[in-house]
Design a protein around this ligand. Structure first.
Ligand SMILES: *Cc1c(COP(=O)(O)O)cnc(C)c1O
Length: 422
């Protein structure tokens, strides 16, 4: 079976589901009992598979982990309560004070904020232009352990030099972590560019319906953890290929407790069944909308990796099977982005992304407000940047809404220009 959709629809069932249920049932039990102390001890010591306490996982999160594993063609997956929980747990589990991490300077706002938290904990952090592997290479130090990038950066859609950075990390023995939230396994598998670990916010495209939060980290199996200094003695068990994820699971779930609830895992698994269908629609809509927006007189710039005008269009076309659901735009000088946003009727003003519904947000005033003008300038975020996450509505309905909102913003600009002239 090679089709993603076929695989995730039938994988549970073919593995043997309780009572022959056509869909994997949900397990909400917190505790698990065993017939003998010997068996209980064997499960605790990792000698036998089994569940001990739901903070460390249960059959429902395990079923979702198996699905994501299939999607990423990974060696192992751990789920978390949110994407940020997955990122924080992974980096805290793998880093120590005095280590050095290289991150992309184009990061999701809260990941950027977490990099500052790591710095306060004594971890050295360099944020560099990840669209060039050379900038990453120039930042490598003797104590560098990890390189962390996003496939398509949110909100300006810069595409990281994934192949170049993957090669560099393989040569230098660095853990290469790729946040593939915006690409999802439908567009791109980070293992193809030698990623060690793949991070997903499951709250976004994989769940898709905007009714649940979740995160995941997948181990591609490409990194040899035997040479990684920070693996603690209890996790140096079995093949070294599994050590890193073992430590992330134990430290991340057992010690830090950012566990995904069974109810949420169940919902995410439902969403994942239609991932490929939804992605086809949102990505086709986003491309059509980006092409159309580029020709509107009120629009100064459109950022979308699917446009030939995008700085990394060629790279995106080479690496990804489509260009994602996210675009951003700047209006012509003199037009107010708030006028445009307030005039939207169908599109929701919201901070979420990769939802079934189309969402728009003024970036500098909201999600990237906290980092201030200098931080935004380093990320290429103009004060008037509007991010649009394109949903599955009919494209004609979307164009109609954007057309009337652009017209309204243009009229507002004309009125103000007229007032100034008087
Ligand atoms: C949303 C997002 C996250 C964080 O995920 P949450 O589930 O909201 O915690 C991380 N990375 C990227 C690229 C995101 O878009």
């Amino acid at each position: 079976m090679t089709s993603l959709t076929t695989r995730i629809l039938h994988a549970d069932r073919l593995g043997g589901v309780e009572h022959g249920a056509a869909r994997k049932p949900m397990h909400t039990a917190v505790a698990y009992g065993y017939p003998s102390a010997r068996e209980l001890a064997a499960v605790f010591q990792g000698e036998k598979p089994g569940y001990v306490y739901a903070r460390q996982g249960n059959p429902t999160t395990a079923a979702l982990e198996a699905k994501i594993n299939l999607l990423e063609d990974a060696r192992g997956t751990v789920t978390f309560s949110t994407g940020m929980a997955a990122i924080a747990a992974t980096l805290i589990a793998l880093l120590r004070a005095g280590d050095h991490l290289i991150g992309s300077q184009y990061l999701f706002g809260n990941s950027y904020s977490f990099m500052l938290t790591l710095q306060r904990m004594g971890i050295e952090v360099s944020l560099v232009d990840a669209t060039e592997a050379g900038s990453v290479a120039a930042a490598v130090r003797p104590n560098t352990r990890i390189v962390f990038v996003e496939t398509i950066a949110n909100p300006r859609t810069q595409v990281a030099d994934l192949a170049g950075i993957g090669t560099l990390c393989a040569e230098c023995g660095l853990v290469f972590i790729v946040d593939s939230t915006l690409t999802t396994p439908v567009l791109f598998r980070p293992r193809d560019t030698q990623a060690s670990l793949v991070v997903h916010s499951l709250s976004k495209g994989i769940a898709g319906h905007g009714d649940t939060l979740g995160g995941a980290v997948c181990d591609t199996g490409l990194f040899d953890w035997s040479g990684y200094a920070n693996i603690l003695e209890p996790y140096r068990k079995g093949s070294p290929v599994g050590w890193g994820l073992q430590q992330i699971r134990k430290k991340g779930l057992r010690d830090m407790g950012g566990t995904l609830r069974a109810e949420d895992a169940h919902r995410i698994a439902t969403g994942a069944e239609t991932l490929e269908l939804r992605i086809a629609r949102t990505n086709a809509n986003a491309l059509a909308l980006a092409q159309w927006l580029e020709h509107q007189p009120q629009v100064a710039r459109v950022y979308y990796p699917g446009l030939p005008s995008h700085a990394q269009h060629g790279r995106a076309a080479e690496l990804f099977s489509a260009f994602g659901p996210l675009l951003s735009l700047e209006l012509q000088a003199g037009l107010r982005h708030f006028d445009f946003l307030d005039a939207l009727r169908l599109v929701i003003l919201s901070s979420h992304l990769a939802d079934n519904r189309t969402l728009a947000i003024p970036v500098a005033d909201t999600i990237f407000y906290e980092m201030g003008p200098e931080g935004r300038a380093a990320m290429g975020i103009a004060d008037s940047l509007v991010r649009v996450s394109v949903g599955i509505e009919h494209i004609d309905d979307l164009k109609e809404d954007f057309a009337q909102a652009l017209l309204a913003a243009g009229e507002g600009g004309l009125v103000r220009a007229g007032a100034r002239g008087r």
